[in-house]
Design a protein around this ligand. Sequence first.
Ligand code: HEM
Length: 415
Amino acid sequence: MALVAQAPSTRSAAGLPLDQIDVSDPKLYEDDVWQPLFARLRREAPVHYCRQSRYGPYWSICRYQDIVAVEVDHATFSSQLGGIQVEDQPQGQERPSFIRMDPPRHTEQRRTVAPVAAPTNLAHYETIIRERTARVLDELPRNTTFDWVDRVSIELTGMMLATLFDFPFAERRKLTYWSDVAIANVDAPDAPVRSEDERFEELKRMGAYFVALRDARAKEPPKLDLVSMMVHSPATREMAPLEFVGNLALLIVGGNDTTRNSMSGGLLALSQNPEQWAKLRANPALVPSLVAETIRYQTPVIHMRRTATRDVEFGGKLIRKGDKVVMWYVSGNRDESVIDNPDAFIIDRAKPRQHLSYGAGIHRCVGDRLADLQLRILWEEILRRDLDIEVMGPPRRLYSNFIRGIRALPVRINA
Ligand code: HEM
């Protein structure tokens, strides 16, 4: 726990004994100082054991190919035994959902939800997303500083979620709030909930809201929104209320924080790399590649965790049955043996989609194409308007080891 007490500048990667490195400290991500620690782990201990942390002992998987190997071996590395975060959910307050399941239940429930982000459905969403994006951009203030996260990233992802669930549009910020509640670190100074009990109570409120929505949809013919899909599919129709809420929380967080932070992270990265911005302006056809690079560079999900189902030798280490195994996507995405010059933001890479931000294997993100679509449209519309967006100060980052979040980003549109 040596890392917790130290200021970022003294949290030197070189100075710490290897066995004292604890990359689960959320402060590392709030201060954005995790890069050298992982560079060292990739070099010296790519499969690393942390004996002591506030979340108990855990293994870190730091290299790209090792992460893929864990992802695809879901028989050995279970999502069900202990969940998907280094921090265990408190006993009795688990939020079951299919991301925390192994086959066969995972397969059945995923099959029900996946069509919402299938290409045919995406074509239908494209028009709505473009109209809404255009409106949000046109209503932004000019020549005055405002928060990009609040006015653009949250607004657009909130609208998208409301569309996915066919949720009452005027109440869409409730979705943003519940998403923040679901992922909050209750120890963070500005956490929306202060204890696990408080979180559980809020999520129960969310559950009650959605159960009412579900009951209403059950009486209507099937539609293409997620609540309707879940209520009309045999795999999810009889779902217990807690599991229903768990799956909703999964979709809300899945569709919200990640995309939101990519919208903020992309703007920040472009403003820090003006030559890349110039390249984009000169060639708007680079937008899809910009989107992929943003998602790699931002890595909105910092880690996913698995639990070993048996003793297994991995990367020359013995991982014991029951051990926590954490795949650090932030590290895999900066693995210099796979990605050239990985710490640089380069919007025209030869293989921009080579990244781990969406995971791999049977749990690979269901909403990847939908997220890509939202980001692509945002950048197309920004370029179409030729907006001169200037970042006016440093971002305020989220205190979390799970979501790499940007809480506020002051910007100004010069006109
Ligand atoms: C930039 C945006 C996004 C990122 C970076 C992201 C990232 C991820 C990651 C890392 C996983 C776990 C993969 C694994 O364990 O191998 C995941 C799973 C998932 N994501 Fe996303 N996601 C994004 C957007 C979305 C959106 C828009 C939705 C909803 C429409 C969504 C829904 C889900 C669901 C339901 C799962 C669970 C899949 C399963 O367990 O089979 N995600 N996502």
